[in-house]
Design a protein around this ligand. Structure first.
Ligand SMILES: [Fe+2]
Ligand SMILES: [Fe+2]
Length: 135
């Protein structure tokens, strides 16, 4: 059972980005469900596929929003996103080589991303973007 649920403490002050971030909590639900039901490889393939779609949509939109608004920490924020993308590539390789316990590894990575990126790095743009009228 995944007890990692979105709540106010994950609020980055931009409704659209909160909606995107909720998708990571859904991914965690799906990972736990796949583990509990001992689902086959297909379930994990879908989870990884959804994460790719998430990365493509969310990271790009966030970066564009920060860039067009002249966010001062844009470069370092983008570097962090690159880490997410690199990790995702690694998960795809791991999936293709049938890595043991990959579900758990992905769940742990997502939890640490939520705690260290969304709750720290993303929250740094709240005041800046809100002051530009983006909420
Ligand atoms: Fe984000
Ligand atoms: Fe971000």
């Amino acid at each position: 059972m995944n007890n990692f649920k979105w709540d106010k403490k994950y609020d980055v002050g931009i409704e659209k980005f909160n909606e995107h971030h909720r998708q990571l909590f859904t991914a965690l639900d799906n990972i736990y469900e796949a583990m509990e039901n001992k689902k086959d490889k297909l379930a994990l393939a879908k989870i990884i596929n959804d994460l790719q779609a998430y990365a493509k949509q969310h990271l790009t939109e966030e970066e564009t929003c920060l860039l067009v608004n002249g966010y001062p920490d844009y470069d370092s924020h983008r570097k962090q996103h690159k880490i997410f993308l690199t990790k995702l590539d690694q998960f795809i390789d791991d999936f293709n080589s049938d890595k043991y316990l990959l579900h758990i590894e992905i769940a742990m990575f997502l939890k640490s991303w939520i705690a260290n990126h969304i709750m720290v790095i993303d929250k740094k743009y709240t005041e800046f973007l809100n002051s530009k009228g983006i909420k």
